[in-house]
Design a protein around this ligand. Structure first.
Ligand code: THU
Length: 130
């Protein structure tokens, strides 16, 4: 199964009763394993979590820390780019050249990379205790 198909499939399980905007995400770890995530909203709005964050959490819980591919899909007129927080979360576990596919349920695609989503990223090399 392609990573985008995985994201499309898991999107069905998104919990978005407030925004009605369901998002599915999938990341592939260096092992080749696919990890899925969906947005999970909350009646206390700021407590909601993004699909990308869910996929990353599943990967880390499984013992992996290297992302080699990302896919995100939503029912929107154009492919929805990840929020700023998710760009930083993806960058924590990805090289700059990791490919990212952003897609719509109607078939639009935008191919980009983690580095293009977050140029000039803050990472551990900026910390003098690293
Ligand atoms: N959302 C994601 O899960 N990922 C994105 O890349 C963009 C936005 C979610 C957050 C919220 O549940 C809903 O979409 C509307 O912002």
């Amino acid at each position: 199964m392609s990573l985008l198909d995985a994201a499309r499939q898991v999107r069905e399980n998104a919990y978005a009763p407030y925004s009605k905007f369901k998002v599915g995400a999938a990341v592939r770890g260096a092992s080749g394993q696919i990890y899925h995530g969906v947005n999970v909203e909350n009646v206390a709005y700021p407590e909601g979590t993004c699909a990308e964050a869910g996929a990353i959490a599943a990967m880390v819980a499984a013992g992996e820390t290297q992302i080699i591919e990302v896919a995100v899909i939503a029912d929107s007129p154009t492919p929805v780019p990840p929020c700023g927080g998710c760009r930083q979360k993806l960058a924590e576990f990805s090289r700059h050249d990791v490919p990212v596919t952003l897609a719509t349920t109607s078939g639009e695609r935008l191919e980009t990379s983690v580095g293009d989503l977050l140029p000039g990223r803050f990472d551990v090399s900026h910390m003098d205790n690293a």
